[in-house]
Design a protein around this ligand. Structure first.
Ligand code: NAD
Length: 334
């Protein structure tokens, strides 16, 4: 069965996803939700989308009466994800929502609850969970090829441009670099080590308070402790480039991804040699896998459901609390 998707938010990532869907085997772009009529017209002609599958942010609840749409992919600013996802769920459609799924754990929990109540799936756009070299490291770690995993390092950052963009607006972004890019190191620490963190410490540096206003983090270093005794040390920043690296070390071997989370190709090596799984467009694979999750009940190797997203939001809440208080914050994600 083909997953018929409407994209909400026709911005830069929405555009990338739309292009990637064109190569999907069992996912089809059939609708759009946008506040900009000119974009709707352009997408209609480019992707052959009928007028009856086009909505705006005011009227999209009517999607409940549209049997030609199975799911809505929410690709709007973070601060809008919760209310938009809940409206989609209440319209009886499956929700695919971009990361970060919300701006805090409370919101994320509300989304999980609303989708449960509506009987629809909630999936988060964790495209790395389907990336072959990433999965190869996870396989090696599970097979014991690295020995006991003891340390993960995640470096996530880039220099952000235009100071007026929504990513630097507390209301729309929910924070700064952590929500946008630091989340990759959080998520990566969890899937690379294969455990849930039980404590967090964190330190913030802000060198440009003009650009990074109150509640918008510029640079945060954070550390995560895991039940086995493994630790993670991570950097999240909007002020430095060349930061997209994962390093996992066990007592018998190591794995490195560099770049670790970009659009690819993802490259890396282990103590056994280079990682050589072929590059595939992340979003194409993700969407076809999501079709299988929704229609076949497939369980992916690394979860992408709302509860997985909620865990990252709990870690982010704890990181912000650790920054505020200077204290080690305990976590219970299980
Ligand atoms: P963008 O600014 O390019 O697009 C956002 C879209 O939302 C625009 O089309 C804009 O018109 C629309 N929008 C609707 N209401 C808005 C409002 N009130 N204010 C501002 N814009 C509004 O952003 P993007 O880069 O496409 O990011 C969108 C989401 O996708 C974010 O949650 C981001 O974290 C996520 N994202 C994920 C990845 C990934 O690799 N998984 C990559 C990029 C972005």
């Amino acid at each position: 069965r083909t997953l018929r998707v409407a994209i909400m938010g026709l911005g830069s990532y929405g555009t990338r996803v739309a292009e990637a869907i064109q190569d999907c085997k069992r996912t089809k772009l059939v609708g759009v939700i946008s506040g900009t009529p000119s974009k709707i017209t352009a997408w209609q002609s480019k992707y052959n989308i009928p007028a009856k599958n086009c909505y705006n942010y005011e009227n999209f609840d009517a999607i409940k009466d549209n049997p030609e749409i199975d799911a809505v992919y929410v690709i709007t600013p973070n601060g809008l994800h919760k209310s938009q996802s809940i409206r989609v769920a209440q319209a009886g459609k499956h929700v695919i929502c971009e990361k970060p799924m919300a701006v805090n754990a409370l919101e994320a929990q509300e989304m999980v609850d609303a989708c449960d109540k509506a009987g629809v799936k909630l999936l988060i756009g964790y495209r790395m969970h389907f990336e072959p070299n990433t999965l190869e490291i996870v396989r090696m770690r599970k097979a014991g090829e690295l020995g006991t995993p003891l340390f993960f390092q995640g470096l996530s950052g880039f220099i952000i441009g235009d100071p007026t963009q929504w990513r630097l607006d507390k209301e729309l972004a929910g924070g700064g670099a952590m929500m946008d890019i630091g989340i990759y190191s959080i998520n990566g620490a969890r899937y690379m080590l294969g455990e849930e963190p039980v404590w967090v410490t964190a330190q913030e540096t802000k060198n440009n308070p003009e650009k990074f206003k109150e509640g918008v983090d510029e640079t945060i270093q954070f550390q995560l402790g895991f039940p086995s005794g493994a630790v993670a040390s991570c950097l999240s920043t909007y002020s430095m480039n060349n930061l997209d690296r994962f390093f996992l070390n066990g007592n018998k071997g190591f794995a490195e991804l560099l770049p670790a989370t970009g659009y690819g190709p993802i490259k890396g090596k282990t103590h056994k040699g280079p990682l050589d799984k072929p590059h595939t467009t992340h979003q194409t694979v993700q969407m076809d896998e999501m079709a299988a999750i929704i229609f076949d009940g497939k369980t992916p190797e690394l979860p992408v459901d709302g509860r997985e997203g909620l865990k990252d939001m709990k870690v982010i809440d704890a990181i912000f609390q650790a920054v505020r208080t200077g204290q080690k914050v305990k976590l219970d994600l299980v």
